[in-house]
Design a binder for this molecule. Sequence first.
Ligand code: SD4
Length: 332
Amino acid sequence: MKRRKFIQNAALGSVGATLGATLVACADTDKKTAIALEDQTDKQYPVVIATWDVKNATAAAWQSLQEGKSALQAVIDGCGVEEANAEGQSVGIGGLPDREGRVTLDACVMNEHGNYGAVLCMENIKHPIAVAKMVMEDTPHVILAGVGAEEFAVSQGFERENLLTEASRSGWENWKKTAQYKPIINIENHDTIGMLAMDKDGTISGGCTTSGLAFKMAGRVGDSAVIGSGLFVDNEVGACTATGLGEEVLKTVGSYLVVELMRQGKTPDEACKEAVMRIVNKSKNYKDFQVGYIAMNKKGETGAYSIHNGFVATTFRSGENTTETPGFYNTL
Ligand code: SD4
């Protein structure tokens, strides 16, 4: 495979051809050196990327990769950090409740084999992403919802606990005074988490976990745990995950779209931008909500784009954990 690539390079007849020809010669005489050269130029992994400023989460995922755990386990370990953080009000314990005061969680995972598992609208269990993995691995199904998901979690050894913290309860009490449903742009700022990880062998997995939109209708499910919308992984091409107003991501099957655009040759940045622009072009009221995508391709290159400024993504690569503002369409 690699050899074939060198030969293609040699046939290109451009600046790259010189390098390609050199590498072919090199491959013939000293294959190992050629492969090392190629790896240095192409390979940008292991790598972890997550939505928002979640350095503790990406650090945990990176640590898991360093310990030789799978990309899937790294994602679960990383997302688990935010799920357990009671101060984060968009995920796990401490998540803002629905209109009835119930904290309901959505989460999913996807691995390198294209397998998927999810829980929707699950109450009382702090780590929905770990339950999603068990749905994927230990049941004949891919989605469990509501009480069924909770009972499955308990049967697997998870403990029920009250996820409504005092801060989230008082946020809800406050909201009830006006009871106006209005998604707030960038309210998530650091906690609803979509994460993609690639291990040292280039294997990709992803996960997404959220308490969904604050003060949503009872039973509302967003994009985060729905395959192709909040998350999609194709180990031959790349992966994408989303944050923001789930209804808009669902209507455009956003994460699948980003992966398919990368398959057609777009960079992660370009693919995320095009998926965001589809939403902007379809929704007259795009100024009222945020959507952001993060993506990685098979080389481990990462990218992101959002409708408005205020979205950030955190990347852990080569031992460095960095939070950056990606490109965006509109300045608030
Ligand atoms: C949802 N997409 O439930 C989620 C919310 C989110 O950052 O991502 N917030 O619609």
